[in-house]
Design a protein around this ligand. Structure first.
Ligand SMILES: [Zn+2]
Length: 144
């Protein structure tokens, strides 16, 4: 079945947006300020002057968490690459949602919205199990 013209238009728009996307960095950024613990340091004063910012880039490499500190200049330079990753995920989610709607339309499947009752089954439910209830075991069947 050919794709619905409006769905295909939406797919083309997502593909165009994907084609425009720049570099995408994995992981997340956490910006922290910290106390060093030395009692005479400015970070222990009232009001405190904390150390930092520490710009931590955390990502997973082969199942292990890897952290690297970025300078403020690096963070400023590469923040758009993290924003691109968020955009990439949004576009991928849109494309998947659109594709789900399209397969449901093409195949005549009812769409299932979470929280609503499931549509009636197309296959009969299995009949009663003839082995249930199980016949009682005699004491001789039990391992000692
Ligand atoms: Zn300190």
């Amino acid at each position: 079945m050919p794709p619905d013209p409006s769905a295909d238009q939406a797919r083309a728009a997502i593909a165009a947006a994907l084609g425009q996307i720049g570099f995408c960095l994995p992981g997340s950024i956490t910006i922290r300020h910290a106390r060093c613990g030395k009692p005479r340091c400015a970070c222990a004063a009232d009001p405190p002057s904390l150390h930092g910012p520490y710009i931590q880039w955390t990502r997973t490499v082969h199942g292990k968490t890897v952290t690297r500190l970025l300078t403020p200049a690096q963070y400023q330079a590469y923040a758009p690459w993290f924003a691109n990753t968020r955009r990439l995920r949004e576009l991928a989610a849109e494309l998947q949602a659109l594709s789900l709607a399209e397969i449901a339309r093409a195949e005549g499947w009812a769409t299932i919205t979470p929280g609503t009752p499931a549509p009636p089954r197309t296959r009969p439910v299995r009949g009663p199990n003839p082995d249930y209830p199980k016949p009682p075991k005699t004491p001789g069947d039990q391992p000692a």
